[in-house]
Design a protein around this ligand. Structure first.
Ligand SMILES: Cc1cc2nc3c(=O)[nH]c(=O)nc-3n(C[C@H](O)[C@H](O)[C@H](O)COP(=O)(O)OP(=O)(O)OC[C@H]3O[C@@H](n4cnc5c(N)ncnc54)[C@H](O)[C@@H]3O)c2cc1C
Length: 464
């Protein structure tokens, strides 16, 4: 093994230079895990930091010829354990490939390397009055990670998820071949859509070295409406009605009372909601709106506020900008709050948005039948329910997970809406998904990666 490793390191050093190959103590702890709560960290044989597509290709060519497992890493904010390496494998970390290559204003497209972080891209676009609209809750996430998980986030209800905003990719196959799929064109009907196949593939098919992203004018005006309801059912029933109202919400989130109380006590969130309202409220609906014209925004805000009242909200608040920003920031920190409070797992089942009420009812039944506590908030507009599951016993928790995922699938949904399967959810996927689909996916995997070097143990089991 030591000889194999010495050989591996020698080859990697020849490609990227000695300072860009990390082994032993130089492999910092952060390279061993992401943010998932249920998969153990793993120290890889080496971490390699390429600076160009050519270097990525050379690393992959060598790894493929030697059968060395390769796990790509963005910034490790993933929630499914998908960037946890193999002990005999290497991590390809894209932190040096962090350049915004082009902001093409005429075509409204940004071309970025995979290590560019969302906050970095946003800072470059804001002064130009442009926005890349996919904002998963952690802005230090990389675009390569976003592409590979098909990241969503709060604004997906208006703009869709990553796959709706990526027009093309440059990607490296395990053989070292570099493919260009899509690009600056808005439409493409020329053979299989490899861009879409690679998006969401969690680093198992190819390594992404460039992405072409759609840009939009940055709306200068925004408003946030907060509506407390006495039952979660009322909140989830209101969601399809807001969508159907035609206001085109930017954000449509539900937050249950326990999560909002935790945001207040642990993050100091103060929204000025009177105590008597808080006492009666079981769950809250948050509706974010944006527009380029202030009068249109005011009209839409009025429409949403009236609709909330008609649908039985205890009260309706149009939040001042500072409070609105604090609420959205607190919502983005919901994961850290759940983790700090001892959550044993966090999942993000997606169901058709109109099925959320039935799903949540069944979640309650599953929790009480298994002695668990399940709190939540979620991208209600997308039917993407984020749940913090509190059940220490591993066996009981796995039973609960299976029941939750099965229920979501029975309602026409899926195990994950945006976090992916990674190492943490793949066993449920392999157990619950249609075997014909899994077999087809295995054949696709084999076509891209015949030697099974890319991220083994993610989506499928280690055997591939
Ligand atoms: C507080 C918090 C809130 C979050 N909120 C959301 C949310 O609202 N919506 C949402 O969708 N997600 C959310 N996430 C999850 C996470 O931010 C996303 O999954 C994000 O896309 C991961 O990006 P990353 O750079 O951290 O990728 P990593 O975790 O490093 O990797 C994720 C996957 O991408 C692969 N990968 C990375 N780079 C490449 C590449 N160049 N080529 C091929 N494969 C690659 C990895 O192998 C792995 O499979 C949240 C996370 C946190 C911690």
């Amino acid at each position: 093994m030591a000889v194999v490793q010495a050989d591996l390191v020698k080859h990697l050093v020849a490609v990227v230079g000695a300072p860009n190959v990390l082994t032993g103590d130089a492999v910092k702890e952060e390279y061993t895990h992401d943010e998932v709560l249920t998969a153990a960290p793993v120290v890889p044989a080496a971490v390699v930091l390429p600076a160009s597509t050519d270097e990525v290709a050379a690393v992959l060519r060598y790894a493929d010829s030697e059968g060395v497992p390769v796990t790509a890493r963005g910034t490790g904010t993933g929630m499914s354990g998908a960037c946890i390496p193999q002990p005999d494998g290497i991590v390809v970390s894209f932190e040096r490939m962090n350049h915004i290559l082009e902001i093409d204003r005429e075509n409204s497209i940004a071309v970025v390397e995979p290590g560019v972080q969302l906050d970095q891209l946003d800072a470059a676009l804001a002064p130009l009055g442009l926005v890349y609209p996919v904002f998963p809750g952690e802005y230090s996430a990389s675009l390569g990670g976003n592409v590979s998980t098909n990241a969503g986030g709060m604004r997906a209800v208006k703009y869709g998820v990553t796959r709706h905003q990526v027009l093309g990719l440059e990607a490296v196959l395990p053989s070292g071949e570099v493919i260009q799929c899509g690009g600056k064109v808005i439409k493409l009907s020329t053979g299989y859509d490899l861009t879409q196949l690679v998006i969401g593939s969690e680093g198992t098919l190819a390594l992404v070295t460039k992405a072409y992203l759609k840009l939009y004018p940055r709306a200068p005006h925004g408003a946030t409406v907060l509506a407390p309801f006495t039952t979660l059912d009322e909140v989830t029933n209101a969601v399809p009605k807001v969508v159907a109202s035609g206001v085109g919400p930017l954000i449509l989130e539900y937050i249950d009372m326990l999560t909002l109380a935790a945001m207040s006590s642990q993050l100091g969130l103060e929204l000025g909601i009177p105590d008597d309202v808080k006492e009666r409220a079981f769950a809250y609906l948050v509706v974010g709106l944006e527009d380029t014209h202030l009068d249109r925004l005011e009209e839409d805000t009025h429409t949403v506020a009236s609709l909330m009242s008609e649908l039985g909200a205890i009260d309706v608040y149009v939040l001042p900008p500072a409070a609105a920003t604090s609420l959205i920031e607190a919502r983005e920190k919901a994961f850290w709050i759940a983790k700090a409070n001892g959550a044993d797992d966090i999942i993000d089942v997606v169901v058709p948005r109109a099925s959320v009420p039935e799903f949540m009812q069944r979640v309650g039944e599953i929790a009480s039948a298994n002695g668990a506590w399940i709190a939540g908030c979620g991208h209600a507009g997308d039917g993407n329910v984020h749940m913090a599951v509190f059940q220490k016993d591993d066996e009981a928790r796995q039973r609960i997970m299976t029941a939750l995922f099965r229920t979501g699938m029975e309602l026409g949904g899926a195990i994950s809406g945006e976090h992916g399967l990674g190492r943490a959810k793949n066993k449920y996927f392999l157990e619950l998904e249609d075997p014909a689909k899994i077999a087809l996916m295995r054949r696709i995997k084999a076509a891209f990666d015949p030697n099974g070097i890319l991220n083994p143990g993610t989506i499928f089991d280690r055997s591939g």
